[in-house]
Design a binder for this molecule. Structure first.
Ligand code: NAP
Length: 440
């Protein structure tokens, strides 16, 4: 049997500890599958005294990740600490500079430094694998990077944040408010004490930026993403969506358009009978639409120690099986130098259907005025209904709900601005984009 593949792991938290456990428990099977043993020889974390429920006997403990990356006698540096900057960034660079292969689950690092890191990896003939960085256990990186080579991809979208999907699912199923569902998610450990990063959509945006590059071959543009979180979604929206045959999901969507690439993260109405609408709770889903294959939808666990470690282990196993000196699959699917500048499509030119919920004063002429403003902006309506007071949250006001046929973001914004000047609106209008899967 070939020599063991020696790995060093920086970060022994949820994912790191699971990885150590799995590699140790399955060492015999892994050796057979990979044709060589996988051996953990070095580790590090912040606190060397903490009991992590894993056996670190015979494994060298390093004082810091950069130290480990620079000095340990390893073939692969596994980064499981997190964060775009600091220790994760410095240690991954140090490892690549030495020509070590790198495996990471760190979406923030990839979203902000992926192109640079991929360039160094290519120069050094090293592999930079990051399957766990997007949608945890779902093998979407490999699908885009390798399996779909030759396909022209038109759209990639998905539910990539379990916290948001859990909250939206609970709101719908239990009729609870956003705030109550967030508290529940925090109590169950699905949401961080500071949940902003998840619920404002940033986490999904980092993952989307990586998928966009793999799908369209552009340089990563993590700061060029239209972003709306779910904090604004009310139980009234969820009920109205259900009545109209839709569910609300936080989607990340990357789409090729005539004017460039659209990258957007926002609450989205998806048809109730679509497969993605059935993805509930903390589960993730990623859909890829391409010309040869058609639509591919992958559903599975997007987070958690074992699910994430499963992807990390797959990346390590790929390295174990790779031949020294062999042609490497470029980290970002295309050689880093061949990535094109990101050509951003303007959000104003986004085309699609829209759901609009207006709370209005209960007076004559309002309904007609709303319809007129829509018509003036060439927006054709699929439906427009005035809800009775009993139907939605009781109030002194009326609710008007509109669903449009495909139109542009620009037209919608103009129509809504015009409605705002009429003086009958109570509170801010709610506007939710509708996304239709190509099939099923
Ligand atoms: N958890 C998930 O479900 C999941 C899913 C997909 C991707 N990921 C990604 O996986 C990575 C790890 O996540 P996690 O949930 O395992 O995080 P975690 O539980 O917070 O663990 C982080 C680990 O990194 C160590 N660490 C942090 N800063 C360090 C530093 N400066 N020097 C040395 N060690 C340091 C911590 O040490 P101490 O233990 O001593 O504090 C801890 O062991 C992140 O990039 C995350 O985005 C996680």
């Amino acid at each position: 049997m070939a020599d063991a593949l020696k790995i060093g792991i920086a970060g022994l938290g949820t994912v790191g500890a699971s990885l150590v456990r799995i590699i140790q428990q399955r060492s015999n099977e892994l050796a057979v599958t990979c044709g060589r043993p996988i051996k953990i020889v070095a580790v590090t974390a912040r606190d060397s005294t903490r009991d992590r429920g894993i056996d670190l006997t015979g494994i060298e403990w390093y004082g810091g990740p950069v130290d480990l990356a620079q000095k340990a006698d390893i073939d692969v540096f596994v980064e499981l600490m997190g964060g775009a900057e600091g220790a994760a960034n410095a240690s991954v660079r140090a490892a690549l500079a030495r020509g070590l292969h790198v495996v990471t689950a760190n979406k923030a690092l990839l979203a902000y430094h992926g192109v640079e890191l991929a360039t160094i990896a290519e120069e050094k003939g090293a592999l930079l694998n990051f399957e766990a960085a997007v949608a945890g256990g779902i093998p979407v990186i490999k699908a885009l990077r390798e399996s779909l080579t030759g396909n022209t991809i038109s759209r990639v979208y998905g539910i990539m944040n379990g916290t948001c999907n859990y909250i939206l699912t609970r709101m719908e199923k239990e009729g609870l408010s956003f705030a109550d569902c967030l508290k529940e998610a925090q109590r169950l450990g699905y949401a961080e004490a500071d949940p902003a990063f998840d619920i404002e959509g940033n986490d999904t945006a980092h993952k989307l930026a990586i998928l966009t590059t793999l799908a369209f071959g552009n340089r990563i543009a993590a700061d060029d993403i239209y972003l709306e979180g779910i904090t604004n979604i009310s139980i009234d929206d969820i009920r109205a969506a259900a009545d109209l045959g839709y569910r609300i999901k936080l989607l990340g969507v990357a789409q090729r358009t005539e004017t460039g690439i659209e990258q957007r993260v926002h609450p989205t109405m998806v048809p109730q009978d679509s497969v993605i609408a059935q993805v509930d709770g903390v589960t993730n889903a990623v859909a890829i639409e391409s010309d040869i294959l058609g639509e591919l939808l992958m559903v599975g666990p997007g987070a958690g120690g074992n699910a994430t470690a499963s992807s990390v282990l797959g990346d390590i196993a790929d390295i174990a099986k790779s031949q020294p000196g062999a042609q490497r699959v470029p980290a970002l699917g295309h050689p880093a130098a061949a990535l094109e500048p990101y050509r951003k499509a303007q959000m104003q030119s986004h085309e699609g259907g829209y759901f609009i919920r207006l709370t209005v004063q209960d007076r004559t002429g309002v309904f007609a005025s709303v319809a007129t403003r829509m018509a003036e902006n060439h927006i054709s309506l699929e439906s427009i209904v005035q809800r009775s007071k009993q139907h939605l949250s009781p109030s002194e006001h009326q609710t008007i709900i509109l669903v449009t046929h495909a139109t542009t973001e620009d037209s919608i914004r103009k129509a809504v601005s015009a409605i705002k000047t009429e003086g009958y609106l109570v509170g801010e209008p709610q506007v939710i984009r509708i996304e239709r899967p190509k099939a099923g």
